[in-house]
Ligand binder design. Structure first.
Ligand code: GDP
Ligand code: MN
Length: 390
C-alpha cells in the first residue's frame, strides 16, 4: 500500500527525521492561508506539491516553487481538481485532490537514501547515492558506481561503518555524522516497525546552512502485513488506486491490473503466474493477474467476469482452469451461469483440464455460447492468437 508524501512526512516527524515546515491544503484559498501562516513563521519562499501516489511530479508540473502568496494560490489552483500525468502514473494520470504547501528550502546538494528488501539476498538493503533528486533506477543504469548498497540484518541498526562510508560518498563533513546517523537509523526504524517494502528520501537535501532535510518522503507498506497496522490502514486513499483493483479488493479476489490485451482468469496463484508467462512467451501481454482461487464458485466467476468486462483493454479472455479438487463440470457450469449475469464481449479461450474435464467441455460446447475450448497450453496459445487476429 502506498501513502501520500504529507502522510509519510508526518511519520518521519514522529520518528525524528527533519522535514520542512508545511501544511496540507484542499483548496487554493486554503493554500494561500497556510502560506500566510508559514510567512508569519519566517518563510520567504514556498513550494506547492501535488499529492498523488506517484513520483516524477517535478518534471510533470506537480511541484512549483513560489516566491509570493499569490503565486502559491495560483499554483494550487492550477494543480487541484486536475489529473497529474507523470511517467510513473500511467497515461490516465492520478487525481490531485490536495496539495502540500511547504516552506521552500535553499538546497546545496541533493542525495538519495532508501531502504528496500533485497529479495535475491533475503535481506533488507540500504541504498544511497550522492545523485539524488533523480530516479535511483536511472542512476543505477547510467552510473552504477554512484549507487551504494549495504545489506542489513533485520535485528540490528545501521552501524557507524556504513554511515561513514555514505558520509564520505556524499562528500559531507564529519560534523554531519550525527545528523546522518540519526536520519538513517530513524528511517530504518520506520522501515522495520511499519513493515515497509520501501522507505525512501529522495531528495535528502543538504541545505545552504548545513542541515540535512527530507524534501520528499515515500513509504510503501507490505499489504500482507497491514492486518497488524490499523494506524496505517486508515491512511489508504482509494482515489489514488486503480478503480478495478479497488473493486477486486471488495470482491476478495487477487487481481493486479496490467497493460496488455489478454484478460486472464485462472484458479490458483501459481497457475495464474504460469498463464501470464505463457501469454508473455508468445509475444503478447497479459491485461491482468487474476486468481479466482481454488473453488471457482459461480459467485467468484461472476465477479471475475465483471472485472474483465470493465477493462476496455481486454481483447481476448483466457480462462485456464485446472480441476484438482474442484470439478471441471462444476466450473464449466459456473462459467455458463456467470455469463447469464455479466455480458462479456471479448472472445473467450477456455482450457479445462483435470477432474471431469470431458463433462466440463460438453457443458461449454452445449451452452450456445461461443467458447474456444482447448485442451493443451499449446492449443491455448494458438487459439488466443487466432482470436486476437479476428
Ligand atoms: P518528485 O519529483 O515527485 O520526486 O518530487 P520531489 O518532492 O522530490 O521534488 C522534485 C524536485 O523539486 C526536487 O528534487 C528538488 O530539486 C525540487 N524541490 C522540491 N522542493 C524544493 C525546495 O523546497 N527547494 C528547492 N530548491 N527545490 C525543491
Ligand atoms: Mn522525489
Amino acid at each position: 500500500m502506498n501513502i501520500h508524501e504529507y502522510q509519510a512526512k508526518a511519520i518521519f516527524k514522529e520518528y525524528g527525521i527533519p522535514v520542512p515546515k508545511g501544511f496540507l491544503a484542499r483548496s487554493a484559498l486554503e493554500a494561500f492561508e497556510l502560506a500566510c501562516e508559514l510567512e508569519r513563521g519566517g518563510a520567504k519562499k514556498f513550494v506547492v506539491k501535488a499529492q498523488v501516489h506517484a513520483g516524477g511530479r517535478g518534471k510533470a508540473g506537480g511541484i512549483k516553487i513560489c516566491a509570493s502568496l499569490d503565486e502559491v494560490e495560483r499554483a494550487a489552483g492550477e494543480m487541484l481538481g486536475k489529473k497529474l500525468v507523470s511517467h510513473q502514473t500511467g497515461a490516465g494520470g492520478k487525481p490531485v485532490k490536495s496539495v502540500l504547501v511547504d516552506e521552500a528550502t535553499d538546497i546545496a546538494k541533493e542525495f538519495y537514501v532508501g531502504f528496500a528488501i533485497d529479495r535475491s539476498n533475503y535481506a533488507p538493503a540500504l541504498i544511497a547515492s550522492k545523485e539524488g533528486g533523480v530516479e535511483i533506477e536511472e542512476v543505477a543504469k547510467r552510473a552504477p558506481e554512484k549507487v551504494l548498497t549495504f545489506l542489513l540484518s533485520p535485528h540490528s541498526e545501521v552501524d557507524g561503518f556504513i554511515v561513514r562510508r555514505i558520509l564520505s560518498a556524499f562528500g559531507l563533513e564529519r560534523a554531519q555524522t550525527q545528523k546522518l546517523t540519526d536520519i538513517l537509523q530513524s528511517l530504518y526504524r520506520i522501515f522495520k516497525s511499519k513493515e515497509c517494502t520501501l522507505a525512501e528520501i529522495n531528495p535528502l537535501a543538504l541545505t545552504s546552512d548545513g542541515n540535512l532535510l527530507a524534501i520528499d518522503a515515500k513509504l510503501n507498506f507490505d499489504d500482507n502485513a497491514l492486518f497488524r497496522h490499523p494506524e496505517l490502514r486508515v491512511l489508504r486513499d482509494p482515489d489514488q488506486d486503480d478503480s478495478l483493483e479497488v473493486l477486486a479488493r471488495r470482491y476478495g479476489v487477487d487481481y493486479v491490473r496490467m497493460d496488455g490485451l489478454i484478460g486472464c482468469m485462472v484458479n490458483g496463484a501459481g497457475l495464474a503466474m504460469a498463464t501470464m508467462d505463457l501469454v508473455d512467451g508468445v509475444g503478447l501481454r497479459p491485461a491482468n493477474f487474476l486468481d479466482i482461487k481454488g473453488g471457482a464458485q459461480k459467485e467468484s466467476v461472476v465477479n471475475a467476469f465483471k472485472l474483465l468486462s470493465q477493462d476496455p483493454k481486454v481483447k481476448v479472455v483466457l480462462i485456464n482452469i485446472f480441476g484438482g479438487i474442484v470439478r471441471c463440470d462444476m466450473v464449466a457450469q459456473g462459467l455458463v451461469d456467470a455469463l447469464g449475469e455479466v455480458d462479456v464481449k471479448a472472445p473467450m479461450v477456455v482450457r479445462l483440464v483435470g477432474t471431469n474435464e470431458n463433462d466440463g467441455r460438453k457443458i461449454l460446447e452445449g451452452s450456445g455460447r461461443k467458447f474456444f475450448v482447448v485442451k493443451t497450453l499449446a492449443d491455448a496459445k494458438s487459439a488466443v492468437q487466432k482470436a486476437l487476429n479476428k
